[in-house]
Design a protein around this ligand. Structure first.
Ligand code: IMP
Ligand code: MG
Length: 180
């Protein structure tokens, strides 16, 4: 995309070590209890696929798609389910897998909605967290890394659907043409 610069934030190695650390915490807490991982599409698909390889307990995987970002960098605040989970979660231990927590509205919406199905527990595992931008009270039970208020891409995370395939994580800054 023109007019933007990609600045390195997390290397493959750094991501791998964060993901492994998270998986270790999760494995320690849940032991051999069966976990239902609910991955929020699309941004968290790569995170899920790496995380799950380190988990030793029996797991099931399902996906939900929640549209909150229209296009670009601004959230609309309104959340819609465009693809629901298909796995019954009543009485089960559920772990939501999310790429980034920003305002917190997406996770609050999903947590509240899952609670209606009476799971045994619902926890959140997020790779990145922009804590300073929080608008509602939601915290990750397992958090990879807190970041500043920057717009990131790569490792599954997009900007207008681009850059998901990058194996590293970058933050985007506009190129100031006057200074170049
Ligand atoms: P929230 O509902 O405001 O917490 O928004 C969370 C969602 O916004 C995440 O699932 C991401 O899809 C998206 N998002 C937030 N920050 C970024 C970013 O820096 N890059 C790309 N997507 C982002
Ligand atoms: Mg997302």
């Amino acid at each position: 995309m023109e007019g933007y610069r990609l600045n390195p934030l997390l290397s493959r190695k750094q991501i791998a070590s964060i993901v492994k650390g998270l998986a270790e915490q999760i494995s320690k807490d849940y032991g051999q209890r069966e976990l239902i991982l609910i991955c929020i599409l699309r941004g968290a698909f790569m995170f899920l696929s790496d995380l799950i390889r380190h988990l030793k307990m029996p797991v099931q995987v399902d996906f939900v798609r929640l549209a909150s970002y229209g296009t670009g960098m601004k959230t609309s605040g309104r959340i819609e389910i465009t693809k629901d989970i298909e796995t019954p979660v009543e009485g089960r231990d559920v772990l939501i897998i999310e790429d980034i927590i920003d305002s917190g509205r997406t996770l609050q919406f999903l947590k509240d909605r899952l609670a209606l199905s009476k799971p045994n527990s619902v926890k959140i595992c997020a790779l990145l967290d922009k804590k300073a931008r929080r608008e509602v009270e939601v915290e990750a039970d397992y958090l990879g890394k807190e970041i500043d208020d920057i717009f990131v891409v790569g490792y599954g995370i997009d900007f207008n659907e681009a850059y998901r395939n990058l194996p590293e994580i970058y933050y985007i800054t506009p190129i100031d043409r006057q200074r170049e």
